[in-house]
Design a binder for this molecule. Sequence first.
Ligand code: TXA
Ligand code: MG
Length: 350
Amino acid sequence: MTPVGASSAEIRRAGHVLMTGGLVAFPTETVYGLGADASNPQAIKRIYDAKGRPSDHPVIVHVDQAQALSAWCRDIPAQAWVLAKAFWPGPLTLILKRAVDVDASVSGGQDTIGIRCPSHPVAHELLTVFAELKANLGQQRAGVAAPSANQFGRVSPTRSNHVRSEFTELVAAGMPVLEGGDSEVGIESTIIDLSSIDEGGEPALLRPGAISLEQLQTILGQPVHLGSKISPRVSGSLKAHYAPDTHLRLCASASLEEQLRAALASDGSDVAVICYRDLNIADPRIKVLRLPDNAAGYGRELYAALRRVDDLRVRQVLCEQVPTGSAWAGVRDRLSRAAAAFDSSSRASS
Ligand code: TXA
Ligand code: MG
């Protein structure tokens, strides 16, 4: 159980807001989501409008249990059930073929659909309440479409106050923001594409996260490839994404102190540094954001740190490169995309 969390009454009220086509922000174990009834195209459009997100970028449908896969997907391969059994509820999104009578708006027009069953108790209760409300109307298909609750291209929220600061107008207009404390995982779910398996294709990892490639391969007993040959659109896969406002640059761990000295000399103003080891340099102009030296702890604190950097109002932040091991793949991916946002060549491509 989370120590801080929305009450059952608040969750029930939020369930009713979803039923009437409204938006609800809610916590998950990865990041906070901006949710809408996944069966209601107008409600989904509200998400895109609120985020400023291109309408051809698909959103993930959140469900209360694995059984719901049958309601949203078709031609479900055995691998999907195996992964759902092993990792749900939890930080894994499955990409499968969309059932023919599910509206294409949730998939940005693609014939696939992303599905996830989150483990956060508040998310779980919201999804259960929503499924009950739908069932009362005789509807067996209940899902909450939810991208991360941030403006398009920005850092995902891991605390309810992050959501409030991104969507001030919606919150002022009464949008529920369910409290769920700090997100435990802190980076978005791992995404695996299983949509071409029935045509002889292989599983493909579209977005690394807390569940690693190795874990997926071990459970499946088959190779999982990086990316997909016919890559569907994944906004989180744009080279430049997840960026703070402050100019972020990745630095090799071994040259971090040297680069900090150079930055201070050339910049003449304060500089921030995100690192996971003690620095061999002390200067009042260096604002140090020290993160844990293990991947899980680092991932949990990363997005809050990127937001804190913006609050410091420094001109740039140097970020120590993280280790190369597979446990760090999710964090490494987010950092390289954050840095790419300040690289003019990749900015043009996003
Ligand atoms: O951890 C998470 O996944 C969070 C929480 C709220 O569940 N959600 C999240 O949503 O990160 P979003 O929209 O910010 O990122 C979801 C990614 C997007 O990059 C989207 O393009 C991709 O999932 N996606 C969704 N459906 C897809 C599909 N049918 N095919 C390919 N990619 C898909
Ligand atoms: Mg996102």
